[in-house]
Design a protein around this ligand. Structure first.
Ligand code: PA5
Length: 445
């Protein structure tokens, strides 16, 4: 198993009896998930995304990735929320947050359309100057304003540079099978098109074309990623709290919430986990944060944040628990050199591996935080391989689904995201929003 739950550091906060009390509810939620009879059951495609997918499209994804890799210097991925976070998280996890500086023969990859920042857009446009560019616009609805604006800018850039037909060879569209504006546009212009499956919400879509195409362009083995997720699908199919780590983790989260632990902090000890943290926050934030319920998902990278948020976690309000991602084996290591003069007093570390020191920092911190009243859940991940990352993604999906059902929410919708969108479109003058625009303008006076 690539991923294992270690709940030793929550034992002083919750008992096995408390976990056992959830057994019937877990069985019920598991039945709802497996029979598709729970809330949001139209969006359960992620459960079999690793084995039940369109093989022809999967082959096209690999071919398109090769075409992109051989025909551009810069690959721009346009999308927001679930339409970009998964791909970026996996690329940074398996390659590096500095991928663009250290990539070997692959195009640079930039993400756009996840903000309305003119400076970010200008910066990216200048990075594209004099370079060959390909674009993948990803939007299930095809109407989300941020990526739509970015796509308009890049479509214009590509059409000016390569002509309309040349641009069509460089634009790849990932969108709904039938709905939205992107599909007819892609069909009219002849852009290669990939499908966001009907039964998959954005944050559960990284193992569809949404994530797989950019991940494959980065040179990552998507077969391995899918195999890892499929290992997890098989391993996490039992409704037994002793054997299903996702379900056990989901129960522990809900018990901790009932004891006033309203904040969960995902902890990584590697900078390459930063974007994975962001993906995870979206997954749990959008899935559970509704109906005035939910654990607030937060994240840190240690040691960096031990010297900022570490103080609060150790000593501030006791409202949080931590979930620590422990990468058990790292290929990259470095031995700390000896200094015969020991002028920095560090010779007690001479000859030690930096990975071992990092692991010790983790153990020390877990113990300190538990002593400070912060329950710690440790997720042991075998290594930094595509297979393990695929497993981890599925593990969190399954945890999130179970946890949401135990909490009593629909973990597959995101009604709250609409509120800002409506206001923004009204204030920007979109036809049909005149009444709302008038009332908002009054409030802004
Ligand atoms: O998880 C989700 O469903 C959302 O975060 C969406 O991915 C996000 O809002 C982008 O939507 P779309 O792909 O329709 O542009």
């Amino acid at each position: 198993m690539s991923v294992k739950l270690n709940d030793n550091y929550v034992k002083q906060f919750i008992t096995d009896e408390e976990i056992g009390e959830y057994r019937d509810r877990v069985i019920d939620a598991d039945r709802k998930l497996r029979t598709g009879t729970g809330e949001g059951s139209d969006f359960l495609g992620w459960m079999t995304a690793s084995c039940n997918y369109d093989r022809d499209e999967y082959d096209r994804i690999k071919k398109a990735a090769e075409k992109i890799r051989s025909s551009c210097d810069v690959f721009v991925v346009i999308g927001i929320g679930g339409s970009y976070l998964g791909a970026r998280a996996v690329i940074e996890f398996l390659k590096s947050p500095r991928y663009n500086q250290i990539k070997d023969g692959s195009p640079e990859i930039y993400f756009s359309g996840c903000d309305m920042s003119a400076s970010a857009m200008n910066e990216l446009l200048s990075l594209c100057k004099g370079k060959d560019v390909c674009v993948n616009v990803i939007s299930k609805s095809g109407v989300t304003t941020e990526p739509s604006v970015a796509f308009r800018v890049f479509r214009e850039l590509l059409e000016k540079k390569y002509g309309r037909e040349g641009a069509a060879e460089r634009i790849f569209v990932t969108t709904d099978r039938a709905r939205g504006i992107l599909k007819p546009l892609a069909d009219r212009e002849g852009y290669e098109r990939f499908v966001v499956p009907d039964n998959m919400g954005g944050r559960y879509s990284v193992l569809s074309a949404v994530g797989l195409l950019p991940i494959a362009v980065a040179g990552i083995d998507i077969d391995e990623l899918m195999s890892g997720a499929d290992d997890a699908r098989k391993a996490l199919s039992l409704n037994d709290l002793g054997k299903n780590d996702s379900y056990r983790y989901a129960v522990i989260r809900n018990i901790l919430l009932s004891k006033g632990k309203n904040v969960e902090i995902l902890v990584g000890y590697e900078p390459y986990l930063q974007m994975f943290n962001e993906w995870w926050k979206q997954l749990f934030g959008e899935s559970e944060g509704k109906d005035n319920k939910g654990i607030y998902p937060s994240s840190v990278i240690f040691s960096t944040d031990l010297h900022s948020l570490g103080q609060y976690i150790q000593d501030g309000q006791r409202l949080m628990f931590e979930t620590v991602i422990n990468i058990e084996h790292e290929d990259d290591d470095i031995i700390i050199p000896d200094d015969p003069e020991n002028c920095d007093g560090l010779n007690f570390l001479s000859g030690k591996s930096l990975c071992e020191v990092n692991r010790t920092a983790m153990r020390a911190t877990v113990l300190a935080h538990v002593d400070g009243g912060v329950p710690n859940i440790v997720i042991d991940v075998a290594d930094r391989s595509a297979r393990s990352v695929g497993y981890l993604i599925y593990f969190f999906w399954m945890t999130c689904a179970m946890s949401g059902y135990l909490l009593g929410v629909n973990p597959f919708n995101q009604p709250g995201v609409e509120a800002y969108k409506k206001n923004m479109l009204a204030l920007l003058g979109k036809p049909g929003y005149e009444e709302l625009a008038a009332s908002l303008s009054e409030k802004l006076k």
